[in-house]
Design a protein around this ligand. Structure first.
Ligand code: HGY
Ligand code: MN
Ligand code: MN
Length: 406
């Protein structure tokens, strides 16, 4: 069995947590100073592990094994949500680093090639899965114009951190035979069912729609109720009707949320003339996501008619399609899990999005989950047991070795 150094693994996880640590959580959004400092630390750690390491032209940290292919790419993202947990993304990056080191230290795996990556902007501060889109050659000029909430575009952020014109890591079909990512489950099932390992079968599809409501800004006291075009009232009515409509057509695992809203000008004594709601919805079936998107547009039109406020519906990004993990890789992971935690694993879908949503259209991919305590994620309270963290890395290492041995 590949000898994972659990102490070294945990020490690097905690060191990376220090970059942006805020209470028990982490604030390390893409292209922030602390994110770039963390990337420089990762680049050095990748180099210390014997990898040819660089921060590429979009901010990915990429470490290339000195061994000839066939090579697996192992990794995850090192950027976080605006109020993120310490393991979301970080776990998979440090697993990959630890596996590269453990392989190099063991004569039985010393010749296996594992390239290691820390993607940038999986979390969508500018545009989700930015780094992996670049790696597979999907990064269009249009995506480079996507902006963060402050209005800075991807291209401007790349220039600000001094990466314009720097070579970008790219998938090498003559070398790379697949991509593996370990991640915390971010949901309740492994813990509730008493399993330590999740072998991911598929990743849900995701659609994101912004609905703007344009009414009349006016005095909150002197404007008669029957003459108002209150954009806030329209948005709240939309949210209630959307819940009713989506509930009626949802499948067993459909999820949605309105996680971000705007009211302008946002003063208590002014009737809001503008409101915007960002709706994100997910499902394993793209047909159902299309039906939800149509229903959403219908609800917006109904609310506009009912309130006299104009409603504008806009896709925030191209739909992310549901994707399947590679069946052969899944068998390797399942066999490794059965060897290390007999009976303590299960196959399961991912309701969270991950970079294999992009990469799996170009390379076979697979994912390993470990339990999240209380099923909590995208919150400072996110955490996992140390024992589960170490076991997850052992399973990932065994599976990677087994895949590369063929
Ligand atoms: O939102 C997601 O599913 C991922 O954690 N970015
Ligand atoms: Mn996340
Ligand atoms: Mn993640």
């Amino acid at each position: 069995m590949v000898e994972i150094n659990g102490k070294r693994l945990l020490s690097d996880l905690h060191r990376l947590r220090d970059f942006g640590r805020t209470g028990d959580g982490v604030v390390r959004t893409s292209f922030s100073d602390i994110d770039m400092a963390a990337r420089e630390w990762l680049r050095k750690r990748f180099a210390d592990a014997g990898l040819a390491a660089a921060i590429d032209g979009v901010g990915n940290v990429f470490g290339t094994s000195p061994n000839p292919g066939p090579a697996l790419v192992l990794g995850s993202h090192s950027d976080t949500q605006p109020r993120g947990g310490w393991l979301d993304g970080t776990l998979g990056v440090i697993y990959a680093l630890e596996i590269a080191r453990a392989f190099a230290e063991d004569p039985g795996t010393r010749d296996l090639a594992v390239d290691v990556v820390a993607w940038i902007d999986e979390e969508g501060t500018y545009t989700s899965c930015l780094g992996s889109q670049s790696f597979v050659g999907d990064l269009s000029d249009e995506v480079l114009e996507h902006a963060n909430d402050g209005g800075e575009t991807v291209a401007q952020a790349i220039a600000r951190v001094g990466l314009t014109g720097v070579a970008r890591a790219a998938l090498d079909p003559g070398r790379h035979v697949g991509y593996l990512e370990a991640h915390i489950e971010q949901g309740p099932y492994l813990e509730e069912l008493g399993d330590q390992i999740g072998v991911v079968t598929s990743i849900v599809g995701i659609r994101s729609t912004e609905v703007e409501f344009i009414g009349d800004q006016n005095h909150a006291g002197t404007t008669p109720m029957n003459r108002r075009r209150d954009a806030g009232v329209a948005m709240f009515e939309f949210a209630v009707r959307l819940r009713e409509r989506f509930t009626a057509i949802a499948g067993p695992t459909t999820v949605w949320t309105i996680g971000q809203v705007r009211l302008e000008p946002g003063a208590a004594s002014i009737i809001p003339g503008f409101a915007a709601a960002h709706v994100q919805y997910r499902d394993p079936e793209d047909e159902r996501l299309a039906a939800l998107e149509d229903a959403l547009a219908g609800v917006a039109a109904d609310v506009a008619a009912a309130t006299g406020v104009e409603a504008r519906v806009r896709r925030e990004r191209d739909p992310i399609l549901p994707c399947d993990m590679d069946a052969g890789f899944r068998r390797h992971i399942a066999a490794a899990a059965e060897r290390i935690v007999p009976g303590g694993w299960r196959e399961m879908p991912s309701a969270a999005g991950h970079d294999p949503m992009v990469i799996s259209h170009h390379l076979p991919c697979a994912m390993v989950f470990i339990p999240s305590i209380g099923g909590v994620s995208h919150d400072f309270a996110e955490d996992s047991l140390e024992a589960d963290i170490v076991v997850g890395c052992e399973v990932m290492a065994e599976a990677a070795a087994s895949i590369l041995r063929g």
